[in-house]
Write a protein that binds this ligand. Structure first.
Ligand code: MN
Length: 280
């Protein structure tokens, strides 16, 4: 059964970190509407007269995974585990914060003068919220693409036409794809029943679902249940497709932390204050 659209979200401008202007489709809320996904931010700076972009100076995370996908420019990254590096165009960083990391994320302009990309937050189940932190750093050249009839699909996580994404062993069993359709192309993709499915349309426009609802960039589409997702485009479209297994646990979000209870949030804040947040 093809998935219908239940909601189309218009991303809202928000300021985060040190004066970073973002388009946020949704953020962490107790209602947990897009379980297992907690947040989707789109950052895009292309005004050459903008001042320097500071980005996100050292900050903690606990209880979640943050997924950074860069389209243009780069993000310089450094963390409490001793990792440091540049996430460049087409690269992905899938960070499992578990019990805690401190990191900084500093956007840098590319040769064109612009910076663009996405950050997705994925929830962790209670049993993994305090797991050992880890990173999967994936360079653009190792992300495979599936090609079919005018559709090109970069597979970050999950599987398309036998092409498997390099990100594995994630609790939410996610699909994360960068899908480009040429003008006149149509595409359908199996998505496991009962998994949450979202599409962030960021270039062009397409007709989504069995009702062929037209959606133009930039919008987040929320799909109803079903076992496949359909899209076609007259003029070309590009979107991020994400799907994942709902965790179905209560959540207590607080800034960069998402835990299950308020007491766990208080504990994280206490550990930050007394210097025991990062464990060797
Ligand atoms: Mn962060």
């Amino acid at each position: 059964m093809s998935r219908s659209i239940v909601q189309i979200v218009e991303p809202q401008y928000v300021i985060e970190g040190a004066d970073v202007l973002l388009r946020r489709s949704f953020g962490p809320r107790r209602s947990n509407d897009y379980d297992p996904f907690l947040l989707f931010d789109h950052f895009a700076f292309n005004d050459p007269v903008e001042g320097p972009i500071q980005g996100f100076p050292m900050h903690p995370h606990r209880g979640i995974e943050t997924v950074t996908y860069i389209l243009d420019g780069s993000v310089h990254h450094r963390d409490s585990l001793g990792n440091a590096g540049l996430i460049g165009p087409g690269d992905v960083q899938w960070m499992t914060s578990g019990r805690g990391i401190m990191h900084e994320e500093l956007p840098r302009r590319g040769p064109t003068g612009s910076i663009a990309g996405f950050q997705l937050w994925v929830n962790l189940p209670a049993a993994l919220k305090m797991t050992t932190p880890r990173y999967q750093g994936i360079s653009a050249s190792t992300i495979p693409a599936a090609q079919r009839d005018g559709a090109t699909i970069r597979v970050v996580a999950g599987e398309v036409d036998g092409v498997h994404g390099p990100v594995t062993e994630i609790a939410a069993d996610p699909i994360y794809l960068d899908v480009s359709l040429k003008a006149g192309a149509a595409w359908a993709c199996p998505v496991p029943r009962a998994h949450t499915a979202l599409a962030y349309v960021f270039e062009g426009s397409g007709c989504f679902g069995p009702e062929e609802t037209p959606v133009e960039a930039v919008r987040m589409i929320v799909f109803d249940d079903g076992d496949q997702l359909e899209v076609r485009s007259d003029s070309g479209v590009r979107f991020m497709l994400m799907a994942g297994k709902p965790i179905r646990e209560p959540i207590a979000p607080y800034g960069p932390f998402v835990m299950n209870t308020n007491a766990e949030i208080q504990q994280a804040l206490q550990e930050l204050r007394n210097g025991t947040f990062i464990k060797a």
